[in-house]
Write a protein that binds this ligand. Structure first.
Ligand code: ADP
Ligand code: MG
Length: 543
């Protein structure tokens, strides 16, 4: 009797599975492709990408993380590379392309080692050792910076903006960035640590003027107009009341009805209402306030009284704007008119209503020591304005990172080159196969200067050889001069970056490379075409 062998299924039908070398190669290939895509945008001479989404909206950008987010990547290990770009963006605000490019190169070098039959765990270990070493070398290499060193801060900002859409106005925009950051920087009273909350710099973009016309307002711009035409268009030496209460007669909570039998009674009722509103306005005026920002509504009758007193009022201001106003004008938000006193008032040199584009806005300007500021970023088209905003975000992120750590390094590939040199030396202290992996890590870092050179149309082999020679001679900040096609001292030539960009890029690139290398089995469930079960339905029920 022949026994029939039944096949066993442990996975559902249509599950896709790849194992061993196959899985590894596919993962590496996908990650390499992602890195290759953003590589051409790196550096001052990098190109831009035009991304068109499914609705036909167009984004033109040079910013690594923006490109990757818009690409809608599906492959799981390619997605991991997108994740490091996002982390880089959140943690340091710049250097997203750098992180992804290094990760891609680490995987490419790993592939060569795999071809030589070196086990992935050995490569993973080597990469980890190298990354650890890299961080300690970076910390030793870095130079110090303080918030008083405005000229150095400006260099950081200019480096971050070089090659972006904002390039042509980078001087002006960098001045703005440095002033903004140094106004909002604070010191923790206990630890003495530098605290920077970038939320306190509000970025508003408005189309219709050249980038050069962008301005920094030491205060806020609120996209609201004054409530009544009779109010002044401008208030100098503003004393500002911030109220989170309605300047209205509250309607009755329950459905109470008021019976009026006689016209006199009606008049008395209205007079009473008017008097209450007049009292509220009186209370505000008595504090000396000449400007009111109200988070709630302001009654028409009250508006009229306020206008007669020459008080500038804005109603229904967003909560976040109210909080920012309190920080800019140094005032206190009051929830009850009875509590409002002179001490609660904020101050600003000038408040005015102005037309920007085709909208009316209220400017709160010339605040003394504002702890929240606004940048009005302009561009001739939506695309330009959006790219200027992204460049500004990179610059502010870079400045914040530099000040938080208080450390900077040179860019232009100088730091990566010097790191590679140290790590190569370190590899000589290791044995056999690990040495190969650590060496591969060092070579992978050279992808940054190589790419900067390639993107500038230079011969990467010549430049890299020259760079290596310079570093061996002790020029630790030797980097690529992409504009003149030679080697330069990047620090002396003002190409300065925060240390945080480099430490974050190196450590997250190494982490993701190691994670991808250690995968030897990919089990992908078939894409479900049925919508998720509605809540409460029984699992296992036939659909
Ligand atoms: P990322 O998204 O990684 O920040 P960028 O396109 O902003 O990518 O390019 C950053 C790289 O360009 C860094 O390596 C930086 O040192 C380099 N870089 C910036 N300005 C210059 C310059 N003037 N000369 C040479 N390299 C520069
Ligand atoms: Mg950048």
């Amino acid at each position: 009797m022949t026994q029939q062998i039944q096949p066993i299924f442990i996975l559902p039908e249509n599950t896709q599975r790849s194992t061993g070398k196959n899985a590894q190669r596919n993962n590496i290939m996908a990650a390499k492709l992602v890195a290759e895509t953003v590589r051409t945008t790196l550096g001052p001479k990098g190109m831009d990408k035009m991304l068109v989404d499914s609705l036909g909206d167009v984004v033109i950008t040079n910013d690594g993380v923006t490109i990757l987010k818009e690409m809608n990547i599906e492959h799981p290990s390619a997605k991991m590379l997108v994740e490091i770009a996002k982390t880089q963006e959140n943690e340091v605000g710049d250097g997203t392309t750098t992180a992804v490019v290094i990760a891609g190169e680490l995987l490419k070098r790993a592939e060569t080692l795999l071809d030589q039959d070196i086990h992935p765990t050995v490569i993973a270990k080597g990469y980890r050792l190298a990354a650890e070493k890299a961080l300690s070398i970076l910390n030793q290499m870095a130079e110090n910076i303080s918030e008083n060193d405005k000229s150095m801060l400006k260099k950081i900002s200019i480096t971050a903006m070089t090659g972006k859409g904002a390039e042509s106005s980078k001087e002006h925009l960098s001045e703005m960035a440095v002033t903004a950051i140094t106004s909002i920087v604070e010191k923790d009273k206990e630890t003495g640590k530098t605290i920077i909350d970038l939320q306190n710099i509000k970025l508003e973009k408005k189309v219709g003027a050249s980038v050069e016309e962008s301005e920094l307002i030491l205060g806020l711009v609120i996209d609201k107009e004054k409530v009544h035409y009779g109010m002044p268009k401008q208030v100098r030496n503003a004393k500002i009341a911030l109220v989170d209460a309605a300047v209205e007669i509250r309607s009755t909570e329950t459905d109470a009805k008021i019976h009026i039998n006689d016209p006199m009674q009606m008049q008395a009722f209205l007079d009473q209402e008017e008097k209450m509103l007049r009292d509220m306005v009186e209370k505000i005026a008595k504090t000396g306030a000449n400007v009111v920002f109200c988070q709630k509504g302001i009654d028409d009758v009250a508006q009229h009284f306020l206008a007669k007193k020459g008080i500038y009022c804005v109603r229904r201001v967003k909560k976040s704007d109210m909080e920012a106003l309190a920080r800019s004008a140094n005032g206190r938000i009051v929830t009850n008119f009875d509590d409002l006193s002179e001490q609660d008032l904020g101050s600003a040199g000038l408040i005015e209503e102005k037309k920007v584009g085709d909208e009316m806005m209220t400017y709160v300007k010339e605040c003394k020591n504002p702890k929240a500021v606004t940048m009005l970023l302009r561009g001739s088209t939506e695309h330009v304005a959006a790219e200027v905003k992204r460049a500004m975000e990179d610059a502010l992120g870079g400045l914040a990172s530099a000040l938080r750590k208080g450390k900077i390094v040179a860019g232009a590939g100088a730091t990566e080159m010097e790191l590679a040199r140290h790590i190569r030396k370190y590899s000589e202290t290791l044995s056999g196969r690990e040495q190969l992996a650590v060496n591969a890590f060092a070579e992978a870092l050279e992808i940054i200067p190589r790419t900067l050179a390639e993107n500038a149309g230079l011969d990467p082999i010549d430049i890299l050889a020259e760079l290596k020679a310079a570093h061996d001679k002790g020029m630790k900040w030797a980097g690529v001069d992409v504009f003149n096609g030679k080697v330069m001292d990047a620090f002396a030539n003002d190409v300065i970056e925060p240390l945080g960009i480099k430490t974050q890029a190196v450590s997250s690139a190494a982490e993701v490379a190691v994670m991808i290398l250690r995968i030897d089995d990919v089990i992908a469930a078939a894409k479900s075409s049925v919508p998720p079960m509605p809540q409460g339905s029984m699992p296992g029920m036939e659909m």
